[in-house]
Design a protein around this ligand. Structure first.
Ligand SMILES: O=C[C@H](O)[C@H](O)[C@H](O)COP(=O)(O)O
Length: 224
């Protein structure tokens, strides 16, 4: 585990105030964040409510003293903390490397402030990794065909299970390589327009308020 991830996660814990209702992303960086937040909750007696975006973060939140709530109780959240697979300089992100993206996007959209925590090595000039796309299994063949006209789609296969990865929402993931992504907003819209696409892993900068970049010896909070 790189120190960059840990340093970014630890800095994000400082943003959570007593009584806050937080959106909780997913992934290994968020895992560190939740463990650190758990320590603060125990040591300082804080009360923190959270809406998790995956089974992974639900279990971690519960085990670390966060009171798990939902969007019916709290349709608006104070702050969302999440990781990312790539971030460009304008704060556009690609997410979903761990198969979580649809609930993450909902939780982010429901939050007054969204802060992404990443190892600094994930910050790039231009997004260029394959984009995870969550797809209804019924529509898989059709969506793959449509995506073939735009890029190179590959159905994500599991490890520890034969066949496709099935998301927390019961769907498949297609990773589609579009090469360099010059206009993430347009590409996000184009992908989401295909019937059967549940959500795609492009999180545009308008959704993101800040990025905490972690380095070997500390972290920097980059704000718009
Ligand atoms: O599907 C997973 C999520 O989008 C994660 O936030 C993203 O993959 C980054 O994960 P990690 O912190 O493990 O690099």
């Amino acid at each position: 585990m790189s120190n960059g991830k840990a340093n970014a996660a630890k800095k994000a814990v400082e943003l959570v105030r007593d009584g806050a209702v937080i959106g909780i992303g997913s992934g290994t960086t968020v895992e560190i964040f939740l463990r650190e937040l758990g320590r603060r909750i125990e040591n300082e007696g804080l009360t923190v409510y959270g809406v998790p975006s995956s089974y992974q973060s639900h279990i971690l939140a519960t085990n670390n003293g966060i009171k798990v709530v939902d969007l019916i109780q709290y349709p608006e959240l104070d702050i969302c903390i999440d990781g990312a697979d790539q971030v460009d300089e304008r704060f556009n992100c690609i997410k979903g490397g761990g198969g979580a993206l649809t609930r993450e996007k909902i939780v982010a959209a429901a939050s007054k402030e969204v802060v992404i925590i990443v190892d600094s090595s994930k910050i790039v000039d231009r997004l260029n990794m394959p984009v995870p796309i969550e797809v209804l299994p019924f529509a898989y063949g059709f969506v793959e065909r449509r995506l073939s006209a735009m890029g190179r789609p590959v159905l994500r296969e599991g490890s520890g299970k034969l066949g496709p990865v099935v998301t927390d929402n019961g769907n498949f993931i297609i990773d589609c390589d579009f090469g360099d992504i010059d206009k993430p907003e347009e590409l996000e819209r184009e992908i989401d327009r295909i019937p059967g696409v549940v959500e795609c892993g492009i999180f545009c900068s308008e959704l993101i308020d800040g990025v905490i970049a972690g380095y070997e010896d500390g972290a920097r909070f980059l704000k718009k």
